[in-house]
Ligand binder design. Sequence first.
Ligand SMILES: [Zn+2]
Length: 218
Amino acid sequence: MFIGHIAVAFGAKKYAPQVSLGVLFLACQLADIIWPNLVLLGIESVTVEPGITAITPLNFIHYPYSHSLIAMTIWALLFAALYVGLQRAGTRVAVVIALVVASHWLLDFVTHRPDMPITFSAATRVGLGLWNYPVAAIVTELSLFAAGIWIYVRQTQAKNRAGSIGLWSLVIFLLVIYGANLAGPPPPSATAVAWSAQAFWLVVAWGFWLDRHRTSRD
Ligand SMILES: [Zn+2]
């Protein structure tokens, strides 16, 4: 899942308006920010196997430190604690941020084939396999994305032209990336996958920038 995760970040703005959209982008994709680096370090592994699911050609062989339920619970608590420590935010904000980080596991659990580890040992791996049902997977992901954007647009308003152009160009950019991933050829290698995943930092930077050009409606 890609834009479905980002939908959670947009929607979370309603529940923690003071938290920058950039922080929420970091939170929703924290697992997929950690993961490519662990792949490049050789600690986690993925291979490209076209046909392994109808949607993604990635075979997630070993990723308990970025994607197990226990690891993501720990990352959620650490990230929320770090934010609260740096920003002196309250409990409500901490809970929202932790839930956004943890939501990544839940959404991946729905989409991935049974490759999502529960613990570090990865003895039990689960997944509902929505990626084997392309139409349902795409409809689910686009619906989530639309709902997230809708909540965000009702919660915030542009302070200036950059605030509206920046938002809608980001929405189009994310949809184009999603479409290109669906329609494009499989990536040439696991290393290529890991490097291209680093492009998410651009979206994070966009979130921080956009947040300064929009304000809460209430
Ligand atoms: Zn993931």
